[in-house]
Design a protein around this ligand. Structure first.
Ligand SMILES: [Zn+2]
Ligand SMILES: [Zn+2]
Length: 295
């Protein structure tokens, strides 16, 4: 059994960040300077600039308060003949060169070889299914929520894609991102909260890769614990808390009278391969903790 680290059992500081952002370096409506200032004004601790096909120059932004991560988004070919992927690379060196081949695995491997990390971006929006996704190895996370995909065409939520991969035994984390393109309409609606040892790119990436974070569109997850066969969660006031497992296992908890709840628990039956917690508040905004693997 290999589980990620539980951010609620770790030491460290909680840092809020957006891991998918476009600027005028590609098709975003705001310059890198404006984008960083926008997120700084909203209290974000870190921001990944992930323009299409090009790395933003972070040197002029060196004095920004948010920790900046150098990233990129690349459209990649699908070996199954299905729709092309959007792949986000995070924490890339300035010298990163986009590989000539756009085959998905070649691009993932190039990102990893350069010391970065790869994210499967917005699979619902891209039109991918499990057959498209299970052939890709090495991505550390999938976008369980993407703001611009939600506000533009209502396809921001890729929880089913994540669960399909988890049910097949893939150790994949779930992140929420804005994928900001417009000036304002797709900002500040999906983010991650990371438990990091310090405010630095290395510490933030380390915490991300260890699973020391949760993803959210608004609710706060105060704790998620697995003790024996009992899973428990404490959250900000929400309408429902789901314990999501493979197949038809799991449980939804809500109050009988529609009043908000702030905690729930679930007893596992012993046959589940993973369990994760998600909650949704009365405004319809969700948050997602990362999975525990049970076998
Ligand atoms: Zn994309
Ligand atoms: Zn994007």
């Amino acid at each position: 059994m290999t589980s990620f680290e539980n951010p609620f059992d770790c030491e460290g500081m909680w840092l809020k960040g957006n891991l998918h952002t476009h600027t005028t370096v590609s098709d975003g409506a705001r310059t890198p300077q404006e984008r960083v200032a926008d997120y700084e004004a909203k209290g974000y601790d870190f921001l990944a600039l992930t323009d299409h096909d090009r790395l933003a120059d972070l040197a002029p932004l060196a004095d920004s308060r948010p920790v900046l991560l150098r990233g990129i988004e690349l459209v990649c070919a699908n070996p199954t003949g299905g729709p092309g992927y959007h792949l986000v690379g995070l924490d890339l060196p300035e010298a990163f060169r986009v590989p000539r081949s756009k085959q998905i695995q070649t691009v993932v491997d190039a990102i990893l070889d350069a010391g970065g990390q790869a994210v499967l971006a917005h699979p619902y929006w891209t039109g991918q299914n499990i057959k498209d996704l299970e052939v890709v190895a090495g991505a550390f996370a999938v976008e369980v929520f993407n703001t611009t995909c939600e506000v533009c065409i209502g396809k921001g939520m890729s929880a089913v894609h994540w669960d399909d991969l988890l049910a097949r035994g893939r150790r994949l984390l779930g992140i929420a991102v804005d994928d900001t393109h417009h000036a304002t309409r797709d900002s500040f609606q999906g983010w991650v909260v990371v438990r990091a040892a310090e405010r630095s790119p290395a510490a933030i990436m380390d915490a991300l890769c260890r699973g020391r974070f949760y993803a959210t569109c608004g609710p706060t997850i105060e704790s998620v614990r697995l003790e024996g066969n009992r899973v428990s969660a404490v959250t900000s006031p929400v309408a429902r808390i789901n314990f999501i497992c493979n197949g038809s296992s799991g449980r939804q908890v809500r109050s009988g009278d529609g009043a908000p709840i702030t905690q729930a628990e679930h007893t596992l039956g012993g046959h589940e391969s993973y369990v994760r917690v998600e909650c949704t508040d009365q405004a319809g905004r969700s948050a997602w903790a990362n999975p525990f693997f049970l076998r």
